[in-house]
Design a protein around this ligand. Structure first.
Ligand SMILES: Cc1cc2nc3c(=O)[nH]c(=O)nc-3n(C[C@H](O)[C@H](O)[C@H](O)COP(=O)(O)OP(=O)(O)OC[C@H]3O[C@@H](n4cnc5c(N)ncnc54)[C@H](O)[C@@H]3O)c2cc1C
Length: 386
């Protein structure tokens, strides 16, 4: 794979997996790398255009089957996330939210009509989806959500607000989770429904090449068939998060790899005190420790991917991966930044952008603390959430 694959883990990939990875790496080299620093600085990315290009390659909902989805393995999907995030975490977020959150929710819990209506268009990148679980006052504790759906005749009427929603400003459809008389339910909400408004969240210092917004729902009237028929209770959105978190386990490695490769190149070409930075033992210690952590993370991702492909992946195992790989990726990004010295804070190099992005990745899809609590509960049998 690269010089950082010290354990020859690439050898355990199938030919198909390697081929898919090569295609995604190329598309990131062509469509993302030349422009992403500018998008980041501008706080904007051409998400619709990117989605269409990714759709042509079958990257949207790629691990789902039918309805125009590619039906790839979980490992292949993970490798795609890795390569996308080596470009930028925001670009990977676009693909994750589209495929693993919005499309997966409809694919897993939707009616046949909902699947036919949305999935082929979303797989092609012609329709953009978002996933509304977080609210202004309810993040880590979605069970306390305030968004309500009530019945009026056959219709549903939704009121509430969803915050920090990726893709919201450009979305055609949102999967909205709301409390009903019989518990949490999911709704497929076209964004042009009267009463739905999306406000872009600006001034983000992280994930600036991703569009994030607040979705307000003000007396939004939906037909009965807008409800996801098979989604009952909070376990439905949580299962979607498990899908997306698996992609993050891999994706974070991509950001870390890009930082490591940048630092390696920099350390071998930049000279101080008459020798390359790479020649100093302190620099080598940093590089060695980071490469060791990266390889451990890759092993972990591969194990989770293989478990997913065998249909045996459990949510707390994904928590182990998300907790470790994002935490270590962030540590790698920060350490690489030191190797680049002043250039480490420059947008001419990708390292600080990755580090800033990973701050969001650390928080979304369950914060590190929440994943620690999931793992702690598995170990002790005691819930420490409340
Ligand atoms: C760029 C970005 C994109 C996002 N995209 C989406 C999206 O598409 N859809 C969506 O629904 N959400 C999205 N989110 C929201 C994200 O999932 C939440 O921010 C996250 O779940 C944390 O919620 P919070 O920000 O309200 O923090 P809080 O829940 O208020 O937590 C604040 C701090 O308290 C800690 N904490 C909370 N409870 C406990 C506890 N019991 N024990 C110990 N510590 C605790 C947390 O770990 C954290 O450190 C996005 C967020 C960001 C930043």
């Amino acid at each position: 794979m690269t010089q950082v694959d010290l354990l020859d883990l690439d050898a355990s990939l199938t030919e198909d997996e390697r081929a898919i990875r090569a295609v995604v790496r190329q598309v990131v080299d062509d469509l993302v790398r030349p422009h992403v620093a500018g998008w980041y600085e501008a706080g904007h990315a051409p998400a619709r255009e990117l989605a269409r290009e990714f759709g042509k390659l079958g990257l949207l909902g790629m691990h789902l089957t039918g309805y125009g989805c590619a039906g790839s393995t979980a490992v292949a999907y993970g490798l795609a996330c890795l390569e996308l995030e080596a470009g930028d975490s925001g670009v990977r977020s676009l693909v994750s939210v589209q495929g693993s959150l919005a499309m997966y929710a409809i694919w897993r819990y939707g009616s046949e009509e909902q699947k036919q209506r949305w999935l082929p268009a979303m797989a092609a990148g012609e329709a953009i989806g978002s996933f509304g679980l977080t609210e202004p006052d309810h993040g880590s504790d979605p069970a306390s959500m305030a968004t309500r759906a009530r019945r009026e005749g056959d219709d549903w009427v939704l009121d509430g607000s969803k915050m920090w929603i990726t893709n919201a400003p450009i979305a055609d459809v949102a999967v909205i989770w709301a409390r009903t008389e019989s518990g949490v339910r999911g709704f497929v909400v076209p964004m042009d429904t009267p009463g739905v408004t999306a406000r872009e969240i600006t001034r983000k210092m992280s994930l600036r090449a991703s569009l994030t917004g607040e979705i307000s729902l003000d007396d939004v009237r939906l037909p009965a068939d807008a409800q996801l028929p098979d989604a009952t209770g909070l376990k439905a959105p949580l299962s979607c998060l498990t899908e997306a978190r698996h992609g993050i386990v891999w994706g974070a490695l991509g950001a870390a790899r890009d930082c490591l490769e940048t630092a390696l190149t920099y350390a071998t070409t930049r000279t101080q005190f008459g020798r390359p930075l790479a020649g100093f033992q302190l620099t080598q210690a940093k590089l060695a420790d980071m490469a060791v952590e990266w390889n451990k993370g890759y092993l972990l991702a591969l194990q989770l991917g293989r478990l997913a492909d065998a249909g045996k992946l459990r949510p707390e195992q994904v928590s182990v991966g998300k907790l470790n790989n994002v935490r270590e990726a962030l540590a790698i990004a920060r350490q690489c930044r030191t190797i680049l010295g002043a250039n480490g804070v420059s947008g001419d190099y990708p390292v600080m952008r990755h580090a800033n992005n990973l701050e969001s990745v650390l928080t979304y899809e369950g914060t590190s603390e929440i994943h620690q609590l999931v793992v702690g509960q598995r170990l002790t049998g005691v819930s420490a959430f409340t």
